[in-house]
Design a protein around this ligand. Structure first.
Ligand SMILES: Cc1cc2nc3c(=O)[nH]c(=O)nc-3n(C[C@H](O)[C@H](O)[C@H](O)COP(=O)(O)OP(=O)(O)OC[C@H]3O[C@@H](n4cnc5c(N)ncnc54)[C@H](O)[C@@H]3O)c2cc1C
Length: 386
């Protein structure tokens, strides 16, 4: 067991931290005010991220990516988590699911996302199918060598900016001992093709400037060569990388919590009431202590899961535990930070209320806290059940 950073990991953390402080954090107020990131700013961040070797750092080196291992990705995500999601998203880490590209898909989708020429969004959720994704109604019906897509996705992040969608649709049904089960196929669908419409979604309190959209498919025709992975095995492609995605959520929450406790500590050490700094009151000092313990615990859990991922021994339970604990920890830490700031914590001039608002979505997306608990409890109970 070795808990120390390697020289490379130390360098990575320093590079990302200073990139965030210099290139991203200064634009936070503008993004919050406008609920948008200017397209020229997105382009600038992309170029600077490429120059710093941070663009597509999660992708294999032989494909032009940064070649980070799972622990490296986790450390990078933790540092990026310190700033606004809308800004750090421009430092793209293309969806790992794209590694399933084959044949001409590699040149049309995978490599351009790594080079920063194209951007993807991932479309699974529907108005009637959130946690229960397999109940999705978007259908892909075969017509010779084509598929006809019909249905609606919602809550699809970044679809306003994206060039194409990784779409999951029901492509058939099979009988199992638990009843009929939908077969799901994943497709690569270019924006702008007939029958594919993108509409902006409602404004969310979390992560201003990071928009989500509704994707509407009406008799949208695509060729079978756009299938990602194998026909009817879309979830196989997704599940392989879902755990890694949950780990990035956990890592980002830890970065955000670290920023929150830094702000809280600074305030508690300088704000005076009753003739002394408020950090001297046990009611405030103990809050800081509890926050520090929780952040450290979340980080160990997250890094352990990342290390196991790298070793090939990580389970769904490892990812679920890391995501559940980090996201719930962030909610407590940002709430306590706001409490330590008192009324000032609620003011938009400071980043405290933003950290508190942004924390809320983490317990919902990429599998709610209840779904993570379901995964953990099933893994515990299964061996004892008949
Ligand atoms: C801002 C934002 C961006 C998003 N981006 C994307 C994206 O890019 N792509 C994408 O595909 N999706 C995206 N999502 C969707 C997100 O993953 C879903 O919101 C999430 O999976 C939960 O689905 P739901 O909102 O429909 O809630 P529901 O599934 O309807 O859940 C409602 C409540 O019921 C609980 N519940 C449901 N089932 C169970 C169960 N079996 N046991 C116990 N409790 C249960 C849930 O935990 C929750 O508390 C995004 C969501 C948001 C808010």
């Amino acid at each position: 067991m070795d808990f120390a950073y390697s020289d490379e990991q130390r360098m990575l953390v320093d590079t990302v931290r200073s990139f965030v402080a210099k290139e991203l954090t200064p634009h936070e107020a503008e993004v919050e005010r406008d609920n948008a990131v200017r397209p020229d700013l997105i382009a600038l961040i992309r170029e600077k991220a490429k120059a710093a070797g941070l663009y597509a750092a999660n992708m294999p080196e032989d494909l032009g990516g940064g070649g980070l291992d799972a622990v490296g990705v986790a450390l990078m995500e933790r540092e990026l988590g310190r700033t606004s999601f809308a800004l750090q998203y421009a430092v793209a880490r293309p969806s790992n699911i794209l590694r399933a590209c084959k044949g001409e898909q590699i040149e049309r989708y995978l490599l351009p996302t790594i080079r920063g020429e194209r951007v993807e969004c991932l479309a699974m959720t529907e108005p009637g199918a959130g946690s229960d994704l397999r109940s999705m109604k978007t259908r892909a019906v075969r017509d010779g060598a084509d598929y006809i897509l019909n249905g609606t996705k919602h809550f699809i992040s970044y679809a306003d900016i994206a060039d194409f969608a990784i779409l999951f649709a029901a492509s058939g049904e099979e009988e199992t001992k638990h009843g009929a089960k939908k077969k799901i196929t994943s497709f690569l669908v270019d924006k702008g093709i007939p029958g594919f419409e993108v509409r902006m979604g409602p404004r969310s309190v979390s992560h201003r400037g990071f928009h989500h959209c509704e994707l509407v498919f009406t008799d949208c025709r695509i060729h079978e060569r756009e299938i990602l992975g194998e026909e009817h095995h879309g979830f196989d492609v997704a599940n392989e990388w879902l755990g890694a995605t949950r780990l990035t959520v956990a890592a980002q929450c830890i970065g955000r919590a670290q920023r929150a406790i830094e702000l809280a500590t600074e305030w508690a050490a300088t704000r005076k009431q009753f003739g002394q700094t408020i950090g001297r009151f046990q009611g405030v000092g103990f809050k800081l202590a509890d926050m520090a313990v929780e952040i450290a615990a979340a980080e160990l859990l997250m890094l352990q899961a990342a290390w196991k991922l790298e070793q090939g021994s990580a389970t769904d339970q490892d990812f679920a535990m890391a995501k559940l604990y980090a996201t719930e920890m962030l909610a407590r830490v940002t709430d306590q930070t706001l409490q330590i700031y008192g009324g000032m914590g609620l003011m938009e001039e400071l980043p405290v209320e933003r950290l508190w608002r942004d924390a809320r979505v983490e317990r919902i997306w990429d599998g709610t806290s209840e779904i993570q608990r379901h995964i953990i409890s099933r893994a515990l109970l299964r061996p004892h059940e008949g």
